[in-house]
Design a protein around this ligand. Structure first.
Ligand code: CP
Length: 342
């Protein structure tokens, strides 16, 4: 049996591993559905005897309690809702346990000046089994892995990468379209600071090159040259746009919207305001929906601010909440492949 030794960036994953993650995620989805159904039946029981009988007589999915006795340590230097919660829930659903430090810059000895290296050396020396790290600077996960005696999962490193987000993004596209091929993928928003976009572009570039990527953003936060170079090297057709046109909207089967990453502009609020004003051109609203392919989908890693209006949420093309839910299945798959193997 093989084991994944953590996950630092999108490029490290080969296609067979990616496919294994997605098929394991499918299995996790079945398991979660069965467990949810069982909980509902127990809740509907007339009395405690019936509840206990339902619990006893139901055969459980083989992955239930798969990670029993194992411990996930979550240490987050930057704020998170989805990544933090979905990793915790994934671990709990598999019967494992979690230890968490959210906002580590305030609620851990990082506030006293402890380095990332010392923090990780100590935490990984404890009898836990895997660490998820969200760090505020590029390269944090890689630095942590060098000092960790346990596998490290990159839960976002500054404006660097967010590889588990890219996995759930691709998983969501596969759910709708099958293997992503011949799609026009319109990626919008703060493409300079958006780590989810970088990880997604690396993934598409390496494994799904027969798609066309359109980057749409204010010029001041355009996609980095390193990403363009990577895509060109992998023969992916890409285009850059600094305004939205009806043709561009109409041609997209996948619209991947992102927010302007305000926290990356702390030293330059003037620039933030300029970018914010220019990004008004890229808002996904009812007008946008009218022009968009009826079979297309709208994705967003979330959180959103105002770049997708609330009126869009009820449209069948809005997939961002399902996308967030898929994070549970994909992260369950990753934890299984790291802690047990595949
Ligand atoms: N998509 C994402 O990373 O969300 P959080 O910042 O809430 O974890």
């Amino acid at each position: 049996m093989k084991q994944l030794n953590g996950l630092i960036d999108s490029q490290q994953l080969e296609k067979d591993v990616l496919e294994e993650i997605f098929s394991t995620a499918d299995e996790m989805k079945i398991m979660v559905s069965q467990e949810t159904q069982l909980k509902e039946e127990i809740r509907k029981a007339k009395n405690i005897e019936e509840a206990l009988q339902i619990k006893k007589s139901n055969s459980r999915h083989p992955y239930t309690n798969l990670l029993s006795g194992m411990i996930l340590g979550n240490i987050f230097y930057e704020k998170s809702t989805r990544t933090s919660w979905s990793f915790k829930i994934a671990m709990l659903l598999l019967g494992g346990m979690c230890v968490n430090t959210d906002d580590a810059k305030t609620f851990s000895s990082v506030a006293k000046g402890e380095s990332l290296e010392d923090t990780i050396r100590v935490l990984s020396g404890y009898p836990l089994d895997v660490i998820t790290l969200r760090y505020d600077k590029v390269g944090g996960a890689k630095r942590a892995q060098a000092f960790s005696s346990k596998p490290v999962i990159n839960a976002g490193d500054g404006k660097g990468q967010h590889p588990t987000q890219a996995l759930l993004d691709i998983y969501t596209m596969i759910e709708v379209f099958g293997e992503p091929t011949n799609l026009n993928i319109l990626i919008m928003g703060d493409l300079d600071n958006g780590r989810t976009v970088r990880s997604l572009a690396y993934n598409i570039g390496k494994h799904y090159p027969k798609n066309v990527i359109h980057f749409g953003s204010p010029e001041k936060v355009k996609i980095g040259d390193d990403i363009k170079e990577f895509l060109s090297r992998h023969n992916v057709e890409w285009h850059e746009h600094f305004k939205l046109t009806p043709d561009l909207i109409r041609s997209a089967q996948v619209v991947y919207q992102t927010r302007i990453q305000k926290e990356r502009f702390e030293d330059n609020l003037t620039l933030f305001r300029e970018v914010e004003a220019e990004s008004e051109l890229f808002i996904v609203d009812e007008d946008f929906l009218e022009q968009m392919d009826e079979n297309g989908i709208i994705m967003h890693p979330l959180p959103r601010v105002n770049e997708i209006t609330y009126a869009v949420d009820n449209d069948s093309r809005a997939h961002y909440f399902q996308q967030a839910l898929n994070g549970i299945y994909v992260r369950m798959a990753l934890l299984k492949m790291i802690l047990i193997g595949y």
